[in-house]
Design a protein around this ligand. Structure first.
Ligand code: NOJ
Ligand code: NOJ
Length: 697
């Protein structure tokens, strides 16, 4: 007879919950286990069943595809494979693990059929948007059914791939049932991408396998599969089914992670992330097995870079070692809004870059919620970018995003306002770093069903690009290439391609006020030295005109015409005192570059005699051309200087040969305007040289 023992087993619920409270001034991040409760379970002691002989992967010599040492210059499309496109129905999960519909929150926890062939099929959809890389969800074979939750229910855990079953086998649901064929399909995907000039970033999961082990310490054990769903795997594949390889300390308590101290950091490293069995990297055997399995995938497929899952729960030095071993660029996930903490994972002794969670939160706060750009005491654009120095020379390796598979879709956060979406996208494609955009963003669709998710977003935001009903009939195909956002992204990608300044340029703040933020990206050395783009953003309704100075480091000369790269009719001229006036409409942005085609402007010196002023007033010139503000006092040129009161002097750069009308105005800092009386003055700008106009107020 088998010896049956009755045991109290603490069962974890299917998936951990992160709770994110990002409200106004306050941001708290905590990961919280859903309820768990003690259940009596019959535990049958199983001898170690060799679940499968470990797949010995053929290790091919590295291919000639050059690994990415850095992802600078790339722009990345993030793909959750199961939710992208079903290119091969034969690999779909069978039976109840599979669902077509996306009507309820539960529907999103099942497999939906997307696979690597689907990405191959849709490669031109991605390529034509101008992306140069894709980041795909984990490639390894996943745990199909989780251990029973508090109610005894088993949830499928396979579609996202973060609950690993066999680190050495290519997901049977994304490739093929046959391991050999499956890995060939993965390689075929990488080859197709490379043939199309697209790099492939694997999402790797070295921190943990799935959630199998129950109990802690000496009581850590695998449960029996008796009474569980067919196909339940209750242990990872050998040799990963070795209890000694895991920390077995129980779950991370995310209520205790802040403030970050040595001991809270150790807790992150040595405990389970929501039940996921946490590999002990101090166990050399375990570490070598994990490193080798990852390395083999890179060797075999020639993939280009890695996104490191749950980097927050691993030592930066361990990840650095792995990165070195792989010989590719990596960026990790440290789900934390604290720059001084995240920066520990970035650098020559850590990772190439990191997912920029702090900036992400600032983007949501400022671009979706319309909070103040310039609030330095909360998570704002200015507050976060002010800390860029902490990333040292790796600042352009930070990976920027507006949402992802764990967050509400940006459009949902923005209340469906597509202008805000475009503004935020323009921001991540121009700000320092490497932009990554989650699949489907280009379709102007927020979370499915308009649902906002509190805490970790792992359902409504993960809709399939082809949405189906329960019977598998297509409800909506989201591979539309004519949306305005698809077009915008195409344009933004081509800009990054064209201007090194957007990739390597030094970023310098030019303006920061409640609702307007502007920076310059300038190439300070090398072939494109001096190339500079000026990017300005407005995050509220209504028009705002802002006059700002060029940076001292800028080599753009007074009189230079700048043109908006998104609208060739939108030109502005740098004034004699090195200022520009940027006019931004509601939730819009502009990107100015030097207009190479513009004819040289003529400096015209204005002398206004007899302009007596009250304290606080200054004299400006306004007129009927763009350079003189098109009669708008807010965009008038000035203030004039007054070395010899009440005579005022000012130089404006005007188009040669044009006849202009203008007046002087007096303006105070509150914007009160006094117009010069009488008729407008007229003047014809000379074709060359300089102009001089003298008149009385
Ligand atoms: C972070 C991933 O982005 C998330 O989706 C996943 O569930 C956890 N890490 C655990 O691997
Ligand atoms: C409005 C001013 O009041 C006026 O003085 C000026 O001549 C016109 N703008 C320009 O047409």
């Amino acid at each position: 007879m088998y010896k049956i023992r009755r045991k109290i087993v603490k069962l974890a619920v299917y998936k951990y919950r992160y709770l994110i409270l990002a409200r106004k001034n306050e941001l708290k991040v905590s990961y919280e286990r859903g309820e768990s409760m003690k259940l009596k379970k019959v535990l049958k002691k199983v001898g170690s069943i060799a679940l499968c002989a470990m797949l010995s992967m053929t290790v091919l010599p590295p291919t000639n595809v050059s690994a990415a040492e850095s992802l600078r210059g790339e722009s990345v499309y993030q793909i959750m494979v199961d939710r992208f496109y079903d290119g091969d129905a034969t690999n779909n999960a069978k039976g109840e693990a599979f669902r077509n519909a996306e009507n309820s929150q539960d529907d999103f926890r099942y497999m939906h059929g997307g696979d690597w062939q689907g990405i191959v099929d849709k490669i031109s959809y991605i390529k034509n948007m101008g992306y140069t890389a894709i980041w795909i969800s984990p490639v390894t074979d996943p745990q199909l059914w989780g251990v029973p939750d508090a109610n005894g229910k088993q949830w499928p855990t396979a579609y996202h791939g973060y609950n690993v079953y066999d680190p050495n086998r290519a997901s049977r649901y994304f490739g093929a049932e046959d391991p050999e064929q499956s890995k060939q399909k993965l390689k075929a995907l990488v080859d197709t991408c490379h043939a199309n000039g697209i790099k492939v970033i694997f999402d790797i999961v070295p921190n943990h396998v799935g959630d199998y082990l129950q109990g802690t310490g000496n009581n850590a054990h695998y449960i029996s599969s008796v009474g569980l769903k067919t196909g339940s795997q209750v242990q990872p594949v050998a040799p990963y089914n070795n209890v000694q390889w895991y920390h077995n300390n129980g779950d991370i308590n995310f209520n205790l992670e802040h403030p970050h101290t040595e001991s809270s950091t150790q807790m992150l490293e040595n405990h389970d992330l929501g039940g996921l069995d946490d590999i002990d990297f101090d166990n050399q055997e375990a570490k070598a097995a994990v490193f080798d399995s990852v390395k083999n995938w890179f060797n075999y497929t020639g993939a280009d870079a890695a996104r490191i899952d749950a980097a927050k729960c691993m030592k930066p030095s361990d990840i650095h070692e792995l990165q070195d071993y792989l010989g590719v660029a990596t960026f990790g996930e440290n789900f934390d809004m604290d720059v001084s903490f995240v920066k520990d994972w970035v650098g020559d002794n850590a990772e190439t870059g990191m997912l920029d969670f702090p900036l992400f939160q600032a983007i949501v706060n400022d671009f979706a919620y319309g909070q103040n750009f310039n609030n330095t005491s909360e998570i704002s654009i200015q507050a976060i970018l002010n800390q860029d120095g902490l990333y040292g020379s790796h600042v352009n390796d930070m990976v920027t995003f507006i949402d992802n598979h764990d967050r509400n879709r940006f459009l949902t956060e923005a209340g469906g306002d597509v202008d805000k979406l475009h503004n935020a996208l323009t921001f991540i494609f121009t700000v320092r770093g490497v932009p990554v955009v989650f699949q489907g963003t280009e379709q102007n669709r927020g979370n499915a069903n308009g649902q906002i998710i509190n805490g970790i977003a792992d359902t409504w935001n993960r809709w399939s690009m082809v949405t189906k009903d329960a019977n598998g009939n297509v409800v909506h195909d989201y591979f539309n290439t004519s949306t305005d956002t698809y077009q915008l992204i195409t344009q933004l990608n081509s800009l990054r391609n064209q201007y090194e300044a957007l990739v390597n340029g030094t970023q310098r703040e030019m303006w920061s006020s409640i609702h307007t933020y502007a920076f310059s990206r300038r190439v300070d050395s090398g072939n494109n030295e001096g190339q500079e783009l000026i990017c300005a953003f407005h995050n509220a309704a209504g028009t705002e005109n802002t006059t700002m100075s060029l940076r001292a480091e800028s080599s753009i000369a007074p009189g230079t015409t700048l043109v908006n790269v998104m609208d060739s009719n939108d030109k502005i001229t740098v004034t004699s005192d090195r200022k520009i006036t940027v006019s931004l409409t509601g939730n819009h942005s502009k990107i100015y570059k030097i207009d190479e085609n513009a004819e040289a402007m003529i400096p015209v010196n204005f002398t206004v005699n007899n302009a007596t002023t009250n304290w606080g007033q200054n004299v400006y010139i306004v007129g009927n051309c763009t350079e003189l503000g098109n009669w708008s006092p807010e965009k008038a040129v000035g203030p004039a200087t007054c070395p010899n009161y009440p005579t005022w002097n000012l130089t404006a750069y005007l188009t040669p040969g044009t006849t202009i009308e203008f007046k002087a105005i007096k303006k105070d800092s509150a914007g009160n305007v006094i117009w010069q009386e009488g008729n407008n003055h007229t003047y014809t700008v000379p074709e060359s040289g300089e102009g001089q106009i003298t008149f009385n107020w």
